[in-house]
Ligand binder design. Structure first.
Ligand SMILES: [Zn+2]
Length: 492
């Protein structure tokens, strides 16, 4: 298969306005073979795409989400993470078909808004099964998006244990815990997943190990899952210190930060990516820089559930590779990477009066492209439009109101665009979205089936919330007592 994008506007960091017009991009199989202004022959080309008034950019990479939450967008009003989690885990035992539908909803939303690759930190209610993992992977195989799947695993909720120690009435929450396997069981399941799916679909699908968080997992699970990921040359993806409460519990348990405790255990390195990384101090950031560990920033979620401001300015100063994620839709309500980019470009400006330190639009676009590629372990192949790179390309219409007039492409993509100008999306050398239409799946029938599947869960929510209310109030007391305490670090 060969594609020629003829006469397009190409995103280009070296140009003063961030773009160069009149460019041809030749794609052969799944790679870009040539880019330039010189005319290219159309002979023998399978598909020619007219690039007039079209801006070609590297496909965006959503480096952190949880696909099952595509059902639970707009279901939670003003809750901090710990109480938000209690609400999230009221629902359990989603069927493999429901897991498929949720992953497909997200894949469609992302593709239509210019995202070509996703890292799904898949948390399922009830428990992980091979059938559920097959279902999520099948959705990504069918949709045509590039995807990494990191099943969320957890066997030792130390936050809950700390809460129960001072609030024994929370004991019933231990019983309802979603820890359905021991460390050995999870490690065996990961081994199965990697053997089954890692680099499937000509390398378009990847596997990751996905421990939920340092304070939620045993050392055996952390070390065992990292061993599997390293042996299969895959990645290891985890939440790190999203909230003040988590940072405080870790300090109480280890007498040091979770980041230093991870370093001591050999849990950091280039194959490791850490979502959020909000409550880290300067020494922690030095450790991430030294070990070339990657961070995934999720500004919408950090604001929506009040977790705090991640020290992105300090990370950029240390050349830490910061990628960008939407996080799950239960804490960000959509999967639109342009929203994440706009927030990443805005919210840190109020953290420093030295405007030279603010993230630039070029920093932000890098987060959503090359740094996302680094999280996927594909920095040599993805994130830039250059000959030899893989053909994951998003093409936007520059005649929309958001892109008219086209001034600086980087500023415009970061602050003006919202995904509505996306017309054509190419993943792995295949046209997946063609003039706004997804070619790989029947969007309407998936949407209808997903709405129907979700309806029965939605009906149960009010009753489950009423039943859990006393425990939620008790947990709220614990949470408020803890975060009311003095702590050496402030990220609000
Ligand atoms: Zn998350």
């Amino acid at each position: 298969m060969s594609i020629l994008i003829k006469g397009c506007i190409l995103l280009d960091e070296s140009e003063p306005d961030g773009y160069v017009a009149g460019q041809n991009i030749l794609i052969e199989e799944n790679r870009i073979s040539e880019i330039g202004a010189a005319p290219m022959s159309e002979e023998g080309i399978d598909r020619v795409i007219d690039g007039t008034n079209r801006l070609a950019i590297p496909g965006l990479i959503n480096a952190h989400t949880h696909s099952l939450e595509n059902f639970t967008k707009a279901t939670k009003e003003k809750l901090p993470l710990e109480l938000w989690l209690l609400d999230l885990f009221l629902l359990g035992d989603f069927s493999p078909r429901e897991i498929y539908l949720a992953a497909m909803l997200g894949a469609m939303e992302m593709l239509r808004t210019g995202t070509t690759a996703v890292l799904d930190h898949l948390a399922v209610g009830g428990g992980l099964t091979p059938e559920g993992l097959d279902a999520a992977m099948s959705a990504y195989a069918d949709s045509g998006i590039r995807a990494g799947l990191a099943p969320l695993i957890q066997d030792n909720d130390q936050v809950l244990q700390a809460a129960v120690a001072t609030h024994p009435r929370l004991q019933p929450l231990m019983r309802d815990s979603h820890e359905t396997m021991d460390a050995r069981g999870y490690v065996q399941l990961l081994e199965w997943l990697f053997t089954q799916w890692h680099r499937a679909e000509d390398g378009r699908l990847l596997c990751f190990a996905g421990p939920s968080g340092f304070q939620w997992c045993s050392d055996e699970l952390l070390e065992g899952s990292l061993e599997v990921a390293r042996r299969h040359k895959g990645g290891w993806h985890m939440h790190l210190l999203e909230t003040k409460l988590q940072a405080m519990v870790c300090f109480d348990l280890y007498g040091k930060s979770a980041t230093s405790a991870m370093k001591e255990r050999g849990l950091l390195g280039p194959e490791v990516s850490l979502a959020h990384s909000v409550w880290l101090d300067d020494a922690d950031l030095d450790i991430l820089a030294e070990t070339d560990t990657r961070v995934v920033h999720n500004p919408a979620s950090n604001l929506r559930i009040g977790s705090g401001f991640a020290p992105i300015i300090e990370m950029l100063e240390r050349d830490i590779r910061v990628a960008l994620g939407t996080d799950g839709s239960a804490s960000s309500d959509n999967q639109i990477m342009f929203d994440a980019m706009k927030l990443a470009g805005l919210i840190h400006n109020v953290r420093s009066t030295d405007h030279h330190k603010w993230p630039s639009s070029r920093d932000v676009v890098r987060m959503a492209t090359v740094n996302g590629a680094a999280v996927l372990g594909m920095e040599d192949d993805l994130g830039e439009l250059k000959p030899g790179k893989m053909a994951d390309i998003t093409i936007l219409d520059t005649e929309t109101l958001l892109l008219t007039p086209l001034n600086d492409a980087f500023l415009q993509l970061t602050y003006a665009e919202n995904g509505s100008s996306v017309r054509t999306v190419i993943v792995d050398g295949k046209v997946i979205v063609d003039d706004g239409v997804i070619l790989t799946v029947d969007e309407e029938s998936i949407r209808e089936e997903a709405s129907e599947a979700w309806a029965k869960w939605h009906e149960q929510l009010p009753g489950l919330r009423r039943e859990s209310q006393p425990l939620v109030l008790e947990f709220e007391q614990y949470q408020q007592e803890m975060i009311g305490r003095e702590f050496y670090l402030n990220r609000y």
